[in-house]
Design a protein around this ligand. Structure first.
Ligand code: KIV
Ligand code: ZN
Length: 386
C-alpha cells in the first residue's frame, strides 16, 4: 500500500443497519455487499455475527461470495463473540475480525471494570482473535472521550497482542476537525509500535462534522476511513462514503490521498441502499441528493449553459449520473427555456420565445416544477394547435 493510499472500510451492513428501521433482508445484504465489492471497497464490515442467526448467515454468505474486498465481522471483547465472528468470516479469501470495547470513563462503567481489568481483557481478547485470524482490527469505543494516557496504554496493548488496524471511533460525534487530526497524529507519534499498524477513523455525524473529522484524521495520519453509503447509521448517521471519496477526488490538490473506489458506481448503490433500507435521501444531500447536480435559477442556468464549471465542481458523470439537470421552475430564465425547446425539437423565433416565456412564467408561478409535457402544451397553445 502506498503512503497516499486511503483504505475505504464500509460498514453500511453493520453500523448502517443498526439505524432503527433500516433492517435489510438476507438477499438485500448480499446484493449490497456485491455492489460494494464491485465498486472497489477495500473492507466490508458485513455484520455482527453473534447478534442473530440471520446476521451470522449473511456474513458467512457474503464471505463466501466476496471477490476483491476483505470481509470483516464485529465482535465484542469476549471469546464467544470472537469465535462466532471467525466462523462467519473464515470463508472469505481475505477476512478480518474487528473486536472492540468501550474505553471512556462512561463506557468503562457499563461492564464495571477497573482500568487494569479492562487492559487485561483487551490483551486476552485481541490475542485470542489473532490466534484465529491473521488480520485483526481493534477499536477503543468512545476513543474521543477516553483519557489520553489510558488511550495510549490500551492501544499499545492491542498492538502488542497482534492487532494490525487500530480504529479510533468518535462514537458519539463529539470531536471537531482540528482535534481529530491532532489526536491521530499524537497517537502515531506517541504509542510504541504505532508506525507498524494502520490507524482508522470512524466518525458519527451528531454535530454534522463526520466527513470533516474523517478527512482531518487522514491529514493526521489515518489511512482507513470507516463510512456508510448515504451516511446511514445510528442517530445522525456515520461518515458518508460518497462524501469522503468525492472530496478526496475533487480536492486532490490540497488532500493528496487516493482511494480505489470507482466513483461512477456511487449513484446506483446510493439509490439501492435508500430503497432497501427505506431511508430516503434528502434532496439537498451532498453528492447523491436529487438536487446535487440540478440548477433552477435563471442566473445559474444561464451560467451552466455557457460553461458548467461556473456552478459545478464535480462532473455528474463521475458519480454515475448522465448529466446535469436544469429543472424549469419560476426562477428559470429565457436561456434555459430556449435550451429546453431545442432539446424537445422546437424551432421558435425570438418573438415566439417571448410569448411562450410569458406563459411559462405564469404556469411556473402555479406549479413547483414545469415538466416537458407542460412545455409542449405551451408551444402548441402558442401555435394555435389547440
Ligand atoms: O461507533 C462506534 O464506536 C462503533 C464501534 C463498534 C467501532 O461503531
Ligand atoms: Zn459506529
Amino acid at each position: 500500500m502506498s503512503d497516499n493510499q486511503v483504505l475505504i472500510f464500509d460498514t453500511t451492513l453493520r453500523d448502517g443497519e443498526q439505524s432503527p428501521g433500516a433492517t435489510m433482508t438476507h438477499d438485500e445484504k448480499l446484493e449490497i455487499a456485491s455492489m460494494l465489492d464491485d465498486m472497489g471497497v477495500d473492507i466490508i464490515e458485513a455484520g455482527f455475527p453473534i447478534a442473530s442467526e440471520g446476521d451470522f448467515a449473511a456474513v458467512s454468505e457474503i464471505a463466501k461470495n466476496s471477490v476483491n474486498s476483505r470481509i470483516c465481522g464485529l465482535a465484542r471483547a469476549n471469546f464467544a463473540d470472537i469465535d462466532r465472528c471467525w466462523e462467519a468470516v473464515k470463508h472469505a479469501k481475505q477476512n478480518r475480525i474487528h473486536t472492540f470495547i468501550g474505553t471512556s470513563p462512561l463506557h468503562r462503567a457499563i461492564p464495571n471494570l477497573t482500568m487494569d481489568e479492562m487492559a487485561d481483557k483487551i490483551h486476552q481478547t485481541v490475542t485470542h482473535a489473532r490466534n484465529l485470524c491473521d488480520n485483526v482490527q481493534w477499536s477503543p469505543m468512545d476513543a474521543t472521550r477516553t483519557e489520553w494516557d489510558y488511550l495510549c496504554r490500551v492501544i499499545e496493548i492491542a498492538i502488542k497482542a497482534g492487532a494490525s488496524t487500530i480504529n479510533i471511533p468518535d462514537t458519539v460525534g463529539y470531536t471537531a476537525p482540528a482535534e481529530s487530526a491532532d489526536l491521530i497524529k499524537r497517537l502515531i507519534d506517541t504509542v510504541p509500535g504505532a508506525d507498524e499498524v494502520i490507524f482508522a477513523t470512524h466518525c458519527h455525524n451528531d454535530l454534522g462534522m463526520a466527513t470533516a473529522n474523517s478527512l482531518a484524521a487522514v491529514a493526521g495520519g489515518a489511512r482507513q476511513i470507516e463510512c456508510t453509503i448515504n451516511g446511514l447509521g445510528e442517530r445522525a448517521g456515520n461518515t458518508a462514503l460518497e462524501e469522503v471519496v468525492m472530496a478526496l477526488k475533487t480536492r486532490h490538490d490540497i488532500m493528496p490521498w487516493t482511494t480505489g473506489i470507482d466513483t461512477t458506481k456511487i449513484m446506483a448503490i446510493s439509490r439501492r441502499v435508500s430503497t432497501v433500507s427505506g431511508f430516503l435521501v434528502q434532496p439537498n444531500k451532498a453528492i447523491v441528493g436529487k438536487n446535487a447536480f440540478a440548477h433552477e435559477s435563471g442566473i445559474h442556468q444561464d451560467g451552466m449553459l455557457k460553461n458548467r464549471e461556473n456552478f459545478e465542481i464535480m462532473r455528474p458523470e463521475d458519480v454515475g449520473l448522465s448529466g446535469t439537470s436544469l429543472p424549469l421552475g419560476k426562477h428559470s430564465g429565457r436561456a434555459a427555456l430556449r435550451d429546453k425547446l431545442d432539446q424537445l425539437g422546437f424551432e421558435v423565433g425570438d418573438n415566439q420565445l417571448k410569448d411562450i416565456f410569458v406563459r411559462f412564467k405564469e404556469l411556473a408561478d402555479r406549479k413547483k416544477e414545469v415538466f416537458d409535457d407542460d412545455i409542449i402544451a405551451l408551444v402548441r397553445a402558442d401555435s394555435g394547435e389547440d
